[in-house]
Write a protein that binds this ligand. Structure first.
Ligand code: TYD
Length: 214
């Protein structure tokens, strides 16, 4: 057993496309492993295991233009259900830190505020597919949607990224609304800054959480 004493630590990273979650995740993983001596498991959503990665292909395939918003929400939920049972819960039981690149808040922000599906339906869906497992801390990388779009100009856009700026703005507003509602869990980072500064802000929240748990 390590310093986390028995229930692991679950941290999720959220934000619009291009907000820098993946690079922050790598830096946080290094910090937790090297500075804190913790065992860290990184997962991405949708994905993180063979079945969910197959669902990811369906979801992000820019050719699947006919996919309805409800189908989309159900597929994200199916991928989440699999990764929770197969990967996240066992890692937490083994007292690891789980660092998730996206989790349940993505569904509320993208399918709820972005696509306009009923929030109540999505909250129930999240409850079903996670069995009520919530992160201990969620870091929301917030930045201007136009700037985020510029950052990923050179990438080939996937199905969601093809939705464009107005969609990303709705998603951003959705995230900010979630942070207002769940301020204890969801902490906003200014992702428009240099990566080192974003890391610094993230570490402030992380250290506070670790202090509570040690
Ligand atoms: P990905 O390439 O992982 O994007 P990013 O690197 O920005 O995280 O693609 C995941 C896409 O899926 C992203 O556009 C957000 C979207 N998504 C949802 O719409 N709902 C969800 O529940 C999740 C987990 C992701």
């Amino acid at each position: 057993m390590n310093i986390l004493s028995g229930k692991g630590l679950f941290i999720s990273l959220e934000g619009i496309d291009g907000s820098g979650k993946t690079s922050l995740k790598e830096r946080l993983q290094l910090y937790l492993e090297k500075n804190c001596g913790l065992e860290v498991l990184g997962v991405r959503e949708p994905g993180g295991n063979i079945i969910s990665e197959k669902i990811r292909k369906l979801l992000l395939d820019a050719g699947n233009q006919g996919m309805t918003s409800r189908t989309e929400a159900l597929l994200y939920a199916a991928a989440r259900s699999q990764v929770v049972e197969e990967v996240i819960r066992p890692a937490l039981m083994a007292d690891k830190v789980v660092l998730a690149d996206r989790y349940m808040d993505s569904t509320i922000a993208y399918q709820g505020y972005g696509r306009g599906l009923e929030l109540n339906f999505l909250q129930q869906l999240n409850q079903l597919c996670t069995g009520g497992l919530k992160p201990d801390l969620t870091l929301l990388l917030d930045m201007d949607s136009q700037e985020a779009l510029q950052r990923r100009k050179k990438d080939i856009p996937d199905r969601l990224e093809k939705e464009g700026l107005i969609f990303q703005e709705k998603v951003r507003d959705g995230y900010l609304q979630l942070a207002r509602e769940e301020g204890e869990r969801i902490k906003i980072l200014d992702a428009g800054q240099e990566p080192e500064r974003v890391l610094g802000e993230a570490l402030c929240y992380l250290d506070k959480l670790l202090l509570k748990r040690l």
